[in-house]
Design a binder for this molecule. Structure first.
Ligand code: NAI
Length: 704
């Protein structure tokens, strides 16, 4: 049973006990209802306290029940809340630590509520594309007032119990306990007090019976709607929060409940909700490596060495400083160290100026940073991350030196973006300690970290890196060793398609606009200009040697030959005004593309936005399917996480693999076959990957 029942004198205490956060799964719901029945049947019991064991009152729905029929099995949460309301003996909810979503809705069904200070109170359903579905939108406005409640419901962020308890006229909490430790004692005292007050059979107070009005309802809700539509145009749920809270002021309680339920059920079926729920689970799943269980203890990381204080080294270092972990940075020359240090300082100073970082915090962080030119100074660090030039020879020298000086058991990581981590590991006599940590630029900002698992990487090294990632607030995804790992291997296909589209008749701005309208933060050409077009050029030059049969559009090479590397050279696919980042369509580029088409004898055709989007997105999907087949990613959801956190894929579409699932894999494969018939494109690439074909045949999806 996941709810415990205990007697304290003549008060029954029902404690939810479903670690880690007392999720309201089926067994817990049954436990509460059984506890209520038992207490009501026992003449010795005068009142009931409902609380949570361990780290939470309740975190709400049990995520292990997501997408399972158990979530809808009676007693559903609505029925549990009704049972609370119908209890003949007063129920006091004793809220502590966390009361979120269904947890808060449950507490709102109790007759009285007492909260411990510091408890986090929220209705976060909107973050999963939903509205609260068990009375939250109808009851919270009744206890907090319409505006406070709507703010909480639309934002979904937690608010501290003492803040809410301090609001004038609030009826959410009848009492705040003196301390978190004294909550149960004070709840028991409150239960005895109210039991005595109602001993004469006077009706117990119910939130549903409280009035709910807004003095200027129509104007207020119109204002709220305008605000919400401006902020969350790709997500339907926030506007539905407004509708549902409005219903609490205009309809009878039961009618408002029915409206909330219907709205909730409709939202569940939207692609946006499916995408957000998918992401929620995908991010949790990404941190779990199939063959690295919780029995594998991570190594302790108390200090970090970083080699190379360039673009990446500095940003990587900042992550650790922000987390309070000392960093020592090594370079070849003092000037390089000074330059790197100055950039870190400048970044922090900008944050201080914007008021995002307090001066004393800045000082603390800088005090954790030391620099050196001598490898001996690194030898006692627990983790060292190499971020030197992308050249195997340079990496070889660095790793040989590390092998010589580092203490046994230190984790040796490389931030390489294209080189073979197994080759790098082989430069040492301890390949089991070597791993890839592929950060994204700017490394202090971007959430994604690809953890590259070499053939010999030890399991506890992986566990260590995943734990470190969590500490520095990165979303880590494990990738096997291959050229480009997960993210860049896929983006290469996407860039190839962007090139073919230009040759066939599109302009850079048309391609960018179409994919940005689909929801990408930035189209391929604006992205190229930002990252530097010379990076792709260098990769293609290597490809022309290694895989001469691979087809590329020459337009990107011609662009680089014109010296148009992107923003850093003031010109790329677009023109730039010095000091500004606005992309201005370039006549020089359009002329270059037109001349190139003429040279190849191509008559340009008009290409629709739909074709542009499909070719770009499905190229990611097909390569993603190959990546799964090759075992580079262990699950489709990992690929989605990479694209959502590192490549600006639209959140509300859930990532490329999820988007393909939603579109229907049959349709996706059919489009690929159509693209394969385009003589200007790469027919062999567009053969649907065997995994995709298999899923279509079996009527399955990537994400199951
Ligand atoms: P960078 O050129 O800005 O910095 C490299 C730094 O390493 C320079 O300061 C250089 O003085 C130093 N260095 C070179 N050889 C060294 C040695 N033997 N010992 C000590 N220091 C040495 O390069 P960046 O962009 O920071 O790239 C570093 C690594 O990160 C490369 O492997 C690159 O592929 C990878 N990477 C780069 C990304 C980017 O967007 N720039 C993204 C992800 C990974």
């Amino acid at each position: 049973m996941t709810a415990e029942y205990k007697l304290h004198g003549n008060v029954a205490v029902i404690s939810l006990n479903n670690p880690p956060v007392n999720g309201l799964g089926f067994e817990t719901r049954v436990g509460i209802v059984n506890g209520l029945e038992k207490a009501n049947a026992d003449p010795a019991v005068k009142a009931i306290v409902l609380t949570g064991a361990g780290k939470a009152f309740s975190g709400g729905a049990d995520i292990r029940e997501f997408n399972s029929p158990k979530a809808m099995q009676e007693p559903i949460l609505l029925s549990v809340i009704r049972a609370l309301e119908n209890s003949l003996k007063p129920v006091v909810a004793a809220v502590h630590s966390v009361a979120m979503g269904g947890g808060l809705e449950l507490a709102l069904g109790a007759h009285y509520r007492i909260a411990a200070p510091g408890a986090k109170i929220a209705l976060p359903e909107v973050k999963l594309g939903l509205i609260p579905g068990a009375g939250g939108t109808q009851r919270l406005p009744r206890v907090l007032g319409v505006e406070t409640a709507l703010n909480m419901i639309v934002k979904g962020d937690p608010v501290n119990s003492e803040v809410l308890a301090g609001l004038p006229g609030q009826k959410l909490f009848d009492q705040l306990s003196t301390t978190a430790e004294s909550l149960l004692d004070e709840a028991l005292a409150l239960a005895e007090k109210v039991a005595a007050e109602h001993a004469n059979g006077s009706p117990l107070p119910l939130v549903r019976n409280l009035p709910c009005k807004h003095p200027n309802g129509d104007a207020y809700f119109q204002f709220a709607r305008n605000m919400v539509n401006g902020m969350a145009k790709n997500f339907p749920a926030p506007a539905k929060c407004v509708d549902s809270v409005e219903a609490s002021t205009k309809r009878k309680f039961e009618d408002g409940m029915a409206f909330e339920r219907e709205t909730f059920m409709n939202l569940m079926l939207t692609p946006e909700c499916k995408a957000l729920r998918h992401i929620f689970q995908a991010e949790r799943a990404a941190s779990k490596i199939p063959d690295v269980g919780s029995d594998i203890a991570p190594r302790e990381i108390k200090s970090v060495g970083i080699i190379g204080a360039g673009t990446m080294g500095g940003g990587i270092g900042m992550n650790f400083l922000n987390a309070g972990i000392p960093v020592i940075m090594l370079e070849m020359k003092q000037e390089a160290l000074d330059r790197g240090l100055a950039i870190i300082r400048k970044n922090y100073e900008a944050q201080v100026k914007k008021g995002k970082l307090k001066q004393d915090k800045y000082d603390q962080r800088m005090a954790l940073l030391t620099t050196t030119l001598n490898y001996d100074d690194l030898k006692n660090t627990d983790l060292v991350i190499e971020a030197v030039f992308e050249d195997l020879g340079v990496k070889e020298a660095v790793f040989k030196k590390l092998d010589e000086v580092m203490k046994p058991g230190a984790v040796l990581a490389s931030n390489t973006s294209t080189l073979d981590v197994d080759k790098i590991a082989a430069f040492t006599k301890r390949p089991q300690d070597v791993v890839g940590m592929h950060f994204f630029s700017p490394a202090n900002v971007m959430k994604l970290l690809e953890v590259v698992r070499g053939a010999k990487t030890a399991k506890d090294v992986l566990a260590t890196v995943m734990a470190v990632a969590k500490k520095i607030k990165k979303t880590a995804v494990v990738s096997g060793v291959c050229d480009g790992f997960i993210g860049n291997r896929m983006i290469e296909q996407y860039s190839r398609q962007a090139g073919f589209l230009l040759e066939e008749g599109a302009t850079p701005q048309q391609v960018d606009k179409a994919i940005e309208k689909f929801g990408f933060a930035m189209g391929p050409f604006r992205m190229g200009d930002m990252a530097g077009n010379d990076i792709g050029w260098a990769i293609r030059k290597r490809r022309y040697q290694e895989t001469p049969d691979m087809k590329y559009s020459k337009t990107a090479d011609l662009l680089c030959e014109m010296g148009r590397y992107g923003q850093k050279t003031g010109a790329g696919w677009y023109d730039y005004v010095p000091g500004k980042r606005d992309a201005i369509p370039s006549s020089a580029v359009n002329e270059m593309i037109e001349k190139h088409r003429k040279d190849l004898g191509i008559t340009p055709r008009k290409i629709g936005d739909e074709e542009i989007v499909q070719r770009l997105v499905y190229s990611l999907v097909n390569e993603g399917a190959h990546i799964l087949e090759d075992g580079i990613a262990s699950k489709a959801s990992d690929i989605d996480v990479v694209y959502l956190t590192g490549y600006g894929f639209p959140i509300w579409r859930g990532g490329p693999m999820q988007y393909a699932d939603q579109t229907g894999l049959f349709n996706v494969a059919e489009s690929m076959k159509r693209f394969a018939r385009n003589p200007m494109d790469d027919a062999s690439f567009w053969q649907p990957a065997p995994l995709l074909q298999k899923l279509v045949k079996e009527g399955k999806t990537f994400n199951g």
